[in-house]
Design a protein around this ligand. Structure first.
Ligand SMILES: Cc1cc2nc3c(=O)[nH]c(=O)nc-3n(C[C@H](O)[C@H](O)[C@H](O)COP(=O)(O)OP(=O)(O)OC[C@H]3O[C@@H](n4cnc5c(N)ncnc54)[C@H](O)[C@@H]3O)c2cc1C
Ligand code: SF4
Length: 487
């Protein structure tokens, strides 16, 4: 039972303080420092949950997290029950609690006329507390089914599918072409958003449960599609949407112009103390990031930590409003002007601007971008005459998103259909026409979010289990067609 007067007694949102910008720019650690006084604020925030008759936050969360339940368990300090309720729907709240854009909060009923409950922070606090109290232990299956499953790709979708299937008793091997497990959690997302120790302790738990990890194996070349199907009873492709969107303008080939996903993995490695030969670095440079999304913000925070002289982030779309526009009412997840931790730290955001040329110096290195202001008229992009300008840059990072899966290699070998948006086509059980191949995560949904990847991994695991055993008790929070009111 929630505190019936909690939301009347505490009207404001309280979040843990972020570390001061000058301090956090000197290291790669997470921006929030855990402090003792936060626990009282956490209890107050959890007490603001109204335990609504229809908790719209459930629908806002792609995993269907049992938010009012664990809010009240947090308020009353029942940590063991809180983590049990949280894990019932989410394999990795340690990842979502740090990285999710929290569409649940946009759908919080309190948000109609008060600031929403700090759901995401409560989620993170439950899992952090649970690890500290030793409440997160391996869930080893009672018996093995004798069936084998290969999961290809070790991002959040692959890991969620693997954990669900291992716990059910199937023998699961996760293949990853990179030298370490984790997908974008490992080499895409910077340490300052999620320290990798959180990923590593989950992998320890999964290994203790029986999941086998095979890093450094590119399936499609080191192991062919045919070999895969000979060795395993079922296959889950969780290979992400890794084809990067390009910038087809003159000067694209100049030295100093890089894809964000060539830059961020190197920075991640180096922040873990690894030596990266010929590392792309922003130190001492004017940096321009093309793309205003998460990846662009990650480049910004990374460039500032590397000691960039100046950073500009370009976005082709107009600057979003700061308040909900009438066309995006509660409980939708509105497109708003958001300030991520990286944006607090420095740099300048420039909206409604398109790059028409990358200009080089006599040595073939990028020196400037020629940009122009743009407007959208009836959905058509138009350049505004007379607005051209040059922006200096010795490093240009392309963070314009991803266009889907590569159609050669494994996808081609398995004869899988790919739709015009670069997504592998699957049926309502997450299966493909090539039995027994299933698909989960960005590879099937298109470029998305961690919370969706986990939901996909859980649902695909239910599809695989039903295929292998003829029935399943595993939950499937979504179907491949599930779209959200939110993100
Ligand atoms: C820089 C960046 C920052 C982001 N930040 C956020 C954020 O803050 N919050 C959020 O919710 N989302 C964020 N996202 C999106 C989120 O990371 C993805 O939606 C999510 O990781 C998708 O999970 P996935 O498991 O489907 O694929 P991925 O995480 O992409 O993992 C796929 C894995 O498959 C491997 N693989 C591919 N082909 C093969 C093969 N043939 N053989 C073996 N292995 C293979 C790849 O190497 C990769 O490791 C971000 C994305 C990027 C790029
Ligand atoms: S996973 Fe994301 S949407 Fe779901 S409860 Fe957590 S923060 Fe909210």
């Amino acid at each position: 039972m929630a505190d019936p007067r909690g939301f009347l007694k505490v009207r404001d949102r309280e979040l843990p303080a972020r570390r001061p910008v000058p301090v956090r720019l000197m290291d790669w650690g997470e921006v929030y420092a855990r402090r003792e006084e936060d626990s009282a604020a956490l209890t107050r925030q959890a007490g603001r949950c109204m335990d609504c008759g229809i908790p719209f936050c459930h629908n806002g969360c792609p995993l269907g997290n049992l938010i009012p339940e664990w809010n009240d368990l947090t308020r009353t300090g029942r940590w063991a029950e809180a983590i049990e309720a949280l894990h019932a729907t989410n394999n990795f709240p340690d990842f979502t609690g740090r990285l999710c854009p929290a569409p649940c909060e946009s759908a919080c009923v309190l948000g109609i006329n008060q600031p929403a409950v700090t759901i995401k922070n409560i989620e993170q606090s439950i899992i952090d507390e649970a690890f500290e109290r030793g409440l997160v232990t391996p869930q080893v299956p009672d018996r093995l089914t004798g069936s084998t499953v290969a999961v290809i790709g070790s991002g959040p979708a692959g890991l969620a599918a693997a954990q669900q299937l291992t716990r059910t008793g199937h023998t699961v091997a996760v293949y990853e072409r990179d030298d370490a497990i984790g997908g974008l959690l490992r080499y895409g997302i910077p340490e300052f958003k999620m320290e990798k120790r959180h990923l590593d302790r989950r992998l320890e738990q999964m290994a203790a449960e029986g999941t086998r990890f095979r890093p450094g194996v590119a399936v499609g070349s080191d192991l062919t599609g045919t070999e895969l199907l000979e060795r395993y009873d079922a296959v889950v492709l969780a290979i992400g949407a890794t084809v990067r969107r390009e910038l087809p303008v003159p000067g694209r080939d100049l030295a100093g112009v890089h894809q964000a996903m060539d830059y961020l993995p190197q920075a991640n490695r180096s922040s873990h103390g690894e030596y990266v030969p010929d590392q792309i670095t922003a130190a001492g440079k004017d940096v321009v990031i093309i793309g205003g999304g998460d990846t662009g913000a990650d480049c910004l925070g990374t460039a500032l930590r590397q000691g960039a002289t100046n950073v500009v982030q370009l976005e082709i779309m107009p600057r979003p409003p700061e308040e909900r526009p009438p066309g995006q009412p509660w409980p939708t997840y509105p497109t708003l002007y958001r300030v991520s931790s990286a944006h607090e730290e420095g740099g300048r955001r420039v909206y409604a601007t398109s790059t028409v040329e990358l200009v080089g110096d006599e040595r073939g290195r990028v020196s400037h971008l020629r940009v122009v202001e743009v407007t959208f008229t009836e959905g058509r992009l138009e350049q505004v005459p007379g607005t051209e300008q040059l922006i200096p840059a010795q490093l240009v990072l392309l963070a314009m998103g991803f266009t889907g899966v590569p159609t050669d290699g494994l996808v081609g070998q398995l004869g899988l259909e790919v739709d015009p948006r670069g997504r592998i086509v699957r049926d309502e059980r997450f299966g493909t026409a090539q039995e027994p191949v299933f698909v989960a995560g960005d590879a099937g949904r298109g470029q998305s979010l961690i919370v969706w990847a986990i939901a996909e991994g859980r649902a695909a695991a239910a599809g695989v289990d039903a295929y292998l055993r003829g029935r399943t008790d595993l939950p499937a929070p979504i179907t491949p067609d599930t779209v959200s009111l939110t993100v």
